[in-house]
Ligand binder design. Structure first.
Ligand code: CTP
Length: 417
């Protein structure tokens, strides 16, 4: 098995990197993806992470989250580095020794065999600068895999297309230290003869949620004070959206009930937008039955007796009268159509695990994901989660919300299996 450090550059061919990961995994290799900021415009970290079953590294900052996984270790833990697609810009940076992001820093620091699979517009490929950069890289021992000829995404015809992922993988197998022609690098032909086909989920058995209905609530709720004012909270919805995305990537049918947030709907997710806690409860009950419900929303505990007309400043500070909102998690906990796996979140600033444990039994949830919100977690990109179950407490780790979403969805898939 080869350990491939895959650098995905920014080009329309980046989508083929996803196929390459799928194929490489099927052939028994492990793939650690590094996504450049350009690459992330074409393919999401979530897609690569789901296919590679590995964290996706996007910036030098990630490495701090990943505890101890410095860029030198990333390179050390690989047998080879593959840049796919290699854009004209990445080739130029490699040739010039520029290290201004994680991908180029890795490429400058690595002592492992480096492969580059360029893909770009034909005129960029044939430009004297690119030709000189490729010659320099080849002289230094980088294997530059020739692009193929054909019609390009930009409508032009000529060399510059990324070769098929199977051809790129068989190119890697030619490297002297990498067991040419061995079981580790079966050729594309051998794979075809075996008649093996990859269906969604097959490469990712541990997180296959095909056929499952997963319900997720996310974001804040807004409780109106009058027709223009609301009581809100700082929830961004990012953690819940990441969980919905991870569940959909694992093949589930996902219903995402979202409070007011400024986030795009993840691919393959059915989204219902709501505003208040009562609307969220109604939408949640309307979406039952579900195999699992993960209630991540920061639901307002109280609603206000709202004024039907706009409160005027001249009338002085208003007296707000609060009354309790329904508790969606507790309602589901005792509902006849209770999902088989009911997961709540506990956002706490103090006594995290004690409060989470108390919420688990008070709301009749199976699991509570304990979330320390004393830092800048609300609205931030990272989190540290603990899972409180009947059996005790598990540390799901710290890191980007997408990575933790995947860890949680993996646990959910194991539980529902
Ligand atoms: N929750 C809910 N409906 C509510 C309040 C909370 O479904 N009206 C859910 C949240 O989505 C979360 C869990 O209950 O999954 C815990 O939310 P949290 O705000 O931490 O707990 P509260 O019950 O509101 O307790 P407190 O605010 O006192 O910590």
């Amino acid at each position: 098995m080869a350990r491939i450090l895959l650098i995905v550059g920014g080009g329309i061919a980046a989508f083929k990197a996803a196929e390459l990961i799928r194929l490489a995994r099927r052939q028994g290799h492990s793939v650690t993806p590094v996504l450049t900021s350009g690459g992330s415009h074409f393919v999401t970290p979530m897609t690569l992470a789901a296919l590679a079953e590995s964290p996706v590294y996007t910036s030098l900052w990630d490495l701090k989250d990943e505890t101890e996984m410095g860029h030198i270790q990333l390179s050390r833990a690989a047998d080879l580095v593959l840049v796919c697609p290699a854009t004209a810009d990445l080739l130029a940076k490699m040739a010039a020794g520029i290290a201004d992001d994680l991908a180029t820093t890795l490429l400058l620091a690595t002592d492992k065999p480096v492969y580059a699979a360029p893909a770009m517009n034909v005129r960029m490929w044939q430009h004297a600068a690119t030709v000189a950069n490729v010659a320099t890289l080849r002289k230094r021992g980088v294997t530059v895999i020739e692009p193929t000829e054909g019609e390009m995404a930009c409508g032009e015809y000529g060399p510059g297309r990324l070769p098929e992922p199977a051809d790129i993988l068989s190119e890697l197998s030619r490297h002297p230290g990498l067991d040419p022609g061995s079981r580790f690098f079966p050729s594309a032909g051998q794979e075809e003869e075996a008649g093996s086909r990859v269906e969604p989920g097959m490469t990712n058995k541990a997180i296959d949620l095909t056929g499952r209905h997963i319900l997720v609530t996310a974001g804040p709720t807004h409780e109106p004070i009058d027709p223009v004012r609301v009581i809100a909270n700082r929830s961004s919805g990012r953690q819940g959206f990441a969980i919905a995305a991870a569940a959909a990537a694992a093949g589930a049918r996902v219903t995402l009930i979202a409070g007011p947030v400024a986030l795009p709907t993840p691919p393959g997710v059915a989204r219902i937008d709501v505003e208040t806690a009562e609307e969220m409860l109604a939408a949640t009950l309307g979406a039952l039955p579900a195999d699992a419900a993960i209630l991540v929303a920061a639901v307002a505990d109280w609603k206000v007796a709202a004024s039907p007309t706009k409160l005027k400043k001249s009338a002085g500070p208003p007296e707000l009268r609060f009354s309790p909102n329904p508790d969606i998690l507790a309602t589901l906990g005792s509902h006849p159509d209770r999902p088989r796996l009911l997961v709540g979140f506990a956002a706490e600033t103090d006594d995290l695990l004690a409060n989470a444990t108390a919420k688990r039994s008070a709301k009749k949830a199976d699991w509570i994901v304990a979330n320390d919100v004393s830092g800048d977690v609300m609205g931030g990109a990272s989190n540290h989660l603990h899972l409180v179950t009947a059996a005790g407490v598990e540390d799901l780790g710290a890191g980007p919300k997408e990575q933790l979403a995947r860890a949680l969805v993996t646990r959910i898939a194991q539980d529902l299996a």
